[in-house]
Design a protein around this ligand. Structure first.
Ligand code: ATP
Ligand code: MG
Length: 273
């Protein structure tokens, strides 16, 4: 029986399935569970669903042919496959999943371990970004953020030390948002927000990488979709903190691809029995 992999996350539901020997990738909002179910009704008649993500159990109620897969296992498995596809077959890396919130994992030959997480993530960009600007569309938020200058909102070390020599580089942030006021532009506030998310994630990830002596950071999650500002802010410390960033192109689908692959393996081994 063929397999469909689903990652039902806090915000988005990602689907991976195979047709005519090729993998297909689709995204729905998690609120659209009804439409996804409708869309899946025909293919699901001869497919088995392998579902991961925080909303996986909601699916089990609606679909009898469902197997739930652990989220950490699915995400790490999918990330490894995406890297392999892009000829970046790494033995060990720090995996950073920027979804609604952010989770950080260590992946190596011993498997996958969740090290830490943060409530700063794509949901923060949507929620706080919306509060700061009145915009609610993801693509509009990331478009505006790309146009913005965070130095008009963030207080830098250089702003504090002015002409004096500073003990840390002048361009570093002294206080996020400390220069923001009611005249701050939407673009600049959103860029400062994107940077706040990126800075925090990099600080956490670099603590993890130093503790485990791992150089590569692999970023996944839908918050990186069409979001050059976030990517730019995530790579800004690579020289200072010595990490090598990687952004697999289909990083949004790591969880769904992992669930799909775990399902495919299980079905194959059952057919052999
Ligand atoms: P989690 O893993 O934390 O439960 P999730 O799996 O739903 O959440 P992702 O799908 O990886 O998380 O990322 C969700 C984020 O992606 C949103 O918070 C938003 O910043 C961004 N995003 C990208 N495309 C869209 C879209 N079309 N609609 C809403 N958010 C989007
Ligand atoms: Mg997710």
């Amino acid at each position: 029986m063929s397999v469909i992999g689903v990652d039902a996350g806090g915000t988005l539901t990602k689907v991976v399935y195979e047709e005519n020997g090729r993998l297909h990738y689709k995204t729905f909002t998690s609120e659209q569970q009804g439409s996804v179910l409708q869309w899946l009704t025909i293919p699901a008649q001869n497919h088995k669903l392998y579902i991961t993500g925080g909303k996986a159990e909601k699916w089990a109620e609606a679909f009898p042919q469902v197997r739930i897969v652990g989220e950490f296992k699915a995400v790490c498995r999918g990330a490894k496959l995406l890297l392999k596809e892009e000829k970046n077959d790494l033995n060990q890396f720090i995996l950073i999943n920027i979804g609604t919130g952010t989770s950080i994992f260590k992946v190596d030959e011993n498997g996958c371990e969740r090290l830490l997480g943060s409530g700063l993530g794509g949901g923060t960009l949507m929620g706080l970004g919306g509060l700061l600007t009145g915009e609610s569309d993801y693509y509009e938020l990331v478009r505006l953020s790309k146009e913005g200058k965070r130095e008009l909102v963030d207080l830098s070390v250089g702003d504090v030390y002015e002409t004096m020599n500073s003990p840390v580089p002048q361009h570093l942030t002294a206080a996020n948002f400390a220069k923001g006021d009611s005249s701050s532009k939407k673009e600049d506030k959103l860029r400062a927000l994107t940077n706040l998310i990126a800075e925090t994630i990099i600080l956490l990830a670099s603590q993890a990488s130093q503790a485990h002596n791992i150089e590569h950071f692999v970023f996944i999650g839908s918050t990186l979709k069409s979001n050059p500002a976030l990517k730019e802010d995530l790579i800004q410390f690579q020289d200072m903190l010595s990490y090598t960033p990687l952004f697999p192109e289909k990083g949004a689908y790591a969880g769904s691809l992992g669930a799909f692959d775990i399902g495919r393996e299980e079905e194959l081994s059952q057919n052999r029995q």
